[in-house]
Ligand binder design. Structure first.
Ligand code: PLP
Length: 308
């Protein structure tokens, strides 16, 4: 068997979700489990959070259906909304919370005949400039959706661009723009991703949307996960599958990216970018890499990922 194993510590997911909740007492939190729970396993993460999470946030209907099959009462937020008009009926059947980030989506929802109304999250483009309505369009859409037969709750959502850089002026601007539309009647409001959950209490609103912090990673370059009280969820272990001696001046790896300045013993681990190891990781030992009991020799100077 190839000696490369990604271990997932599901207890750490529960711990990290509890950290998010402790940051904002009294608020609810969608555990962001999109993209197969950031690669950690949707089924496993939803199962371990089943009793704790107030809701789950996913990227598409297929993921939502998987979560609904495991959890018949959780709120499930479709972060990008529906991709075509036919999906609204399914969203209603699955009792999803649906983001509407464009006028087209608003019109498609209003043109749909649904078995039951859905909770709608109107997305404000507060400054990220990827998805969302500007203020004028949002006000217009709010008026069209208020009281519509397809709408249960009418909610407001936006997403930060720079919350992971503390004190960034864009974050302040985004918060202001969010607050500016709160003269409209909304049932629920949601703004905070992980960075804002951890550092911006004014952005907590009614529903948090922690993603990366659930998996034990810090959103901040200058603060470690441990400093934030987070526990790592994934650990990757491997064995050296070859060790060789390299003479001074010889190079190692793709692009001949590392050159021996002295006679060097080189260990190769069977793990590369096809496995998800960053293609452009710098040479040398990545932070967090531990070399426990090397059966070859404890003193290899460099652990090289074999880039396959
Ligand atoms: C709309 C939305 N909310 C929340 C999140 C979670 O963000 P983070 O992983 O920074 O916590 C994401 C992730 O991309 C997102 O797209």
């Amino acid at each position: 068997m190839r000696p490369l194993v990604a271990s997932i510590d599901l207890a750490a997911v529960r711990h990290n979700y509890a950290v998010a909740k402790r940051c904002a007492p009294g608020r609810q939190a969608f555990a962001v489990v999109k993209a197969n729970a950031y690669g950690h396993g949707l089924r496993e993460v939803v199962t371990v959070l089943a009793d704790d999470a107030d809701g789950f946030a996913v990227a598409c209907l297929e993921e939502a259906a998987q979560v609904r099959a495991m959890h018949d009462s959780a709120r499930i937020l479709l972060l990008e909304g529906c991709f075509e008009i036919s999906e609204y009926r399914m969203a209603a059947q699955l009792q999803l919370d649906v983001v509407l980030h464009s006028v087209v989506q608003v019109e498609q929802l209003l043109a749909s005949e649904l078995a039951r109304p859905v909770n709608v999250w109107l997305k404000l483009d507060s400054g990220m400039h990827r998805l969302g309505l500007d203020e004028a369009a949002l006000r217009d859409c709010h008026a069209r959706l208020e009281g519509a037969a397809q709408v249960a709750e009418l909610n407001l959502l936006s997403h930060f661009a720079c919350a992971d850089e503390r004190g960034h002026s864009v974050t302040e601007l985004q918060l202001e723009r969010f607050l500016d539309v709160l003269d409209l009647p909304f049932d629920q409001r949601s703004l905070a991703n992980s960075a804002a959950v951890l550092m911006i209490p004014a952005a907590h609103m009614d529903w948090l949307r922690p993603g990366i912090m659930l998996y034990g990673a810090s959103p901040f370059a200058e603060l470690s996960a441990a400093e934030l009280g987070l526990q790592a969820v994934m650990s990757l272990t491997a064995e050296l599958i070859a060790v060789r001696e390299i003479a001074v001046g010889e190079t190692v790896g793709y692009g001949a990216g590392w050159q021996a300045e002295r006679p060097s013993r080189i260990g190769t681990v069977s793990c590369g970018y096809a496995d998800g190891y960053p293609r452009h990781a710098p040479a040398g030992r990545p932070s967090g890499l531990q070399v426990p009991a090397c059966r070859w020799w404890g003193g290899c100077r460099w652990i090289c990922s074999r880039l396959i």
